[in-house]
Design a protein around this ligand. Sequence first.
Ligand code: GLA
Ligand code: ZN
Length: 691
Amino acid sequence: MVTSFPPISPKVPRLLHGADYNPDQWLNYPDVLKEDIRLMKLSRCNVMSVGIFSWVSLEPEEGRFTFDWLDRVLDAFKDNGIYAFLATPSGAKPAWMSKKYPEVLRTEADRVRSLHGKRHTHCYTSPVYRRKTAVINGKLAERYAHHPAVIGWHISNEYSGECHCDLCQAKFREWLLAKYKTLDRLNHAWWTGFWSHTYTDWDEIESPAPHGEDAVHGLNLDWKRFVTDQTVDFCRHEIAHVRSFHPELPVTTNFMGTFPGLNYWKFTDLLDVISWDSYPAWHNNKQTDSELGADIAFVHDINRSLKGGKPFMLMESTPSMTNWHDVSRLKRPGMHELSSLQAVAHGSDTVQYFQWRKSRGSSEKLHGAVVDHEGSEHTRVFQDVKKLGEKLDKLDEIAGTTAEPEVALIFDWENRWALEDAQGPRNIGLHYERTVKSFYQPFWQEGVPVDVIHMDGDFSKYKLVIAPMLYMLKQDTAERIERFVQEGGTFVATYWSGIVDENDLAFLGGFPGGLRKTLGIRSEEIDALHDGQKNAIVMDADNRLGLSGRYEAAELCDLIHLEGAEALAFYEEDFYAGRPALTVNLYGAGKAYYIASRNEASFQKDFVSKLIEETGIAKVLDTDLPDGVTAQMRTDGKHDYIFLLNFTEENENVALPDEVYTDVLKGTRKKGTVKLPPYGTVILRRRHRAE
Ligand code: GLA
Ligand code: ZN
């Protein structure tokens, strides 16, 4: 039985709307700061993230603190009903610190220590940096944790990168020692006998380097794990020093979608609420807006899944253009509202921007912002933000509601690291992320909610689990998948699965390792195709899925043997023509499908549609959605909130199944056909559908 989650802050039990606010750039412009407050209220913004890069404004010289400006900002917020996520400033350090303590500067993989500059360039290990962070975080917490305007902590900013300094090397060796205990074990796990790379002393181990070791896959993998752990450890350190003054104040740190450098699942226990920064390149010339819409939906769903369905925050998005894209396209009319409500549809309780006011100079002066250099409310962008703010005001009942998907898609960072480092079978692109998204897309199009989880996740609450390209297979994962199928679940695996264990050592005795029995097949070899080369799979007449015809296959074709599974399709060409290309194994009370080749998109569409039918998975609306229109849903167990989102530039109609709906924004009853304008959104409420 689903219920809703408590609000992010009990002080504002509603949807939040706001931006990154950098008043410290404008301290010499008192009129601007005054005007900001008027404009915030006018735009229906109720939350600001403050102080993200303010370290030097808060501590202009070592040990001297200047909080007066921040006092004034937060007091003005309090007087005007605006709330703040207060940031810890560790994302950018003052120049005096780099000068006095060079160890805080990051050393890159080439072992060159960076000069002072930019941001996100500190060492996560440096005791000095940790000490300095502890001091500034502690001072901020002591002064502001109980300030009436403050509702939470924005810890640092977009953690990223890795440091290869001597301090980090020593920490890495410590981490390895704790993991492997003996060098023998490490040497075995990394298969260092290859090329005489066996370590005979812990001190010989160095992080991967372009001019040193980068060929030992196990080392590369453990280094990436270490970088995540060290970043998590730094984040934990930051949190400890704000927590003690007000343990209930929620903490978050802003993630970057599917950023490859950090395994975000390792942060989830530390954080009270997940947040992320979304910058899709709408209206580009490579993808339609609806294809991109589905891709972004996938990332929103990761963020909702990270804390088991708990609402997340859209911490940053642009109200207009993004100045670091190849081309800074303006959001077409309607797109601002659509992309913002899309986040809410997938479980965000906030819509926030980078940034409130365009900087006057430096690197982001041309990035979109709510308030332009022109300075007034009379801009298209400001008016779009205001209109959205007015709509969000009417959606407060949605805050705290969640989703209850019956489908889980596995997207796993460690698997991705191993797979992308593997050297073969297709060095011009294995396309892990794109492949997982290609399985997400048809669910989005059918209006079927999906959780996006990692291989360590709990599968038991789903009817269907899909794990594209699970190259790395942990033993425990294989066992849990087997149990899931035995107990009646439907599981789907693809080519290039179950190749290595968690140390990136190939399974002996047949692929796909621990999934061989569950899937009832053995993969003997995999053919990689050049771009442009094609094969096809032909559906068997009378296959039990009821699919027909042929589908083009490209890039990867796995050559498998049946070991209990039944073939549903066969390869059309090449020396493996006639061999099985799609199989199902009836196992225990469930079914396990194996897709042997990378097929054209229409295969995923048809296959998923049959799976939905076969497993009885509920669509948000039992109706046919036009191409480019999706239906997503949030619920509190009493009401369902249905978001119809039109990612096309056309008017689209959705025929509603016969139930009682209320248009939440208009407050009116709705039945029959919903008309969606280009980039339009309609939000409907209905009684929760009991299973
Ligand atoms: C990131 C950062 C922000 C800003 C925006 C610009 O998300 O967190 O400080 O640089 O990008 O898009
Ligand atoms: Zn370092």
